[in-house]
Design a protein around this ligand. Structure first.
Ligand SMILES: C[S@@+](CC[C@H](N)C(=O)[O-])C[C@H]1O[C@@H](n2cnc3c(N)ncnc32)[C@H](O)[C@@H]1O
Length: 261
């Protein structure tokens, strides 16, 4: 799978791609990330990539033409390499993603969809955003990280790359990401490690005794119930969606009914 990132700040990516468990996915090219510095596609001595907005207003707008040249270069490189490698995904168009606060909220379902595809072209906005004509002509998916405004699309791109990389085979132990929050529609419950008893100035804090019992069946049930209780408390919307999708068992429902209002 291949991700092409069009950005004004390619240097922001290297440190993140070379660290942590996701490094394995990037170094083995399981998730092949290519960076396309937008300035390389700009005209003139000043390599201008932005200008003032028509109609007035604050800030600058990213110009359509350098972005189009960058995207055309990405597309022809993707097509060439797929042809040469005779890859099965040849011809399968990769999504052209624009990160914007006005887009669809990134969630685990969208991450899973992208992780199962041929990759994508990631366009990182800056300034007040991108000339709408370029977006209308090229973009197939607009993604937001949430209801707040960042200064650029680079962090959203890194967030997406990290989330996709950790789903690749061999990057994590499979059961680990299968138990993560959202994978089965619920939030994941709490985790504990050593020491069994932690002395703090307010007193001793112990690990829930069942986790030390070695009863794997009972521990799995306790974890399920912790996940159900946490999701009911913090994200009733997720619980309702899990119920509607038939993901709650009769035992889950009995446990939830016992929680009270
Ligand atoms: C300062 S923001 C522009 C915000 C834009 N004027 C607006 O109000 O919607 C610059 C760039 O950061 C990125 N960005 C900012 N917040 C984001 C978010 N919540 N999700 C995804 N991308 C975001 C986008 O690429 C955006 O083009």
């Amino acid at each position: 799978m291949r991700f092409d990132v069009v950005t004004l700040f390619p240097e922001l990516f290297a440190p993140h791609l070379a660290q942590g468990i996701t490094r394995r996915a990037f170094e083995s090219a399981q998730v092949d990330v290519r960076l396309w510095p937008l300035r390389d596609f700009a005209d003139g001595a000043y390599r201008r990539v932005d200008d003032r907005p028509f109609g007035g207003g604050p800030g600058m707008v990213m110009l359509a033409e350098p972005l189009q040249r960058a995207l055309d270069a990405v597309r022809s490189d993707r097509a060439d390499r797929a042809d040469r490698a005779d890859r099965a995904d040849r011809g399968q168009p990769a999504a052209v993603v624009h990160f914007t606060p006005t887009g669809q909220r990134l969630d685990q379902a969208l991450v899973q969809r992208l992780a199962a595809g041929p990759g994508a072209v990631l366009l990182c906005g800056r300034y007040e955003g991108i000339d709408q004509r370029f977006i209308d002509r090229n973009v197939t998916l607009e993604i937001s990280l949430g209801d707040f405004v960042l200064s650029g699309g680079e962090l959203p791109a890194l967030v997406l790359l990290d989330a996709v990389a950790r789903l690749q085979e061999g990057v994590l132990n499979a059961p680990s990401h299968q138990q993560d929050s959202f994978s089965d529609g619920l939030l994941e419950g709490p985790a504990y490690s050593r020491p069994e008893r932690w002395d703090t100035p307010e007193g001793e804090r112990a690990v829930p005794p069942l986790l030390l019992s070695g009863h794997h069946g009972q521990i799995a049930l306790w974890r399920r119930q912790q996940a159900l209780a946490l999701t009911a408390r913090r994200r009733p919307d997720l619980l309702a969606a899990a119920r509607a999708a038939g993901r709650l068992s009769a035992a889950d429902e009995r446990f939830l009914a016992g929680l009270g209002p």
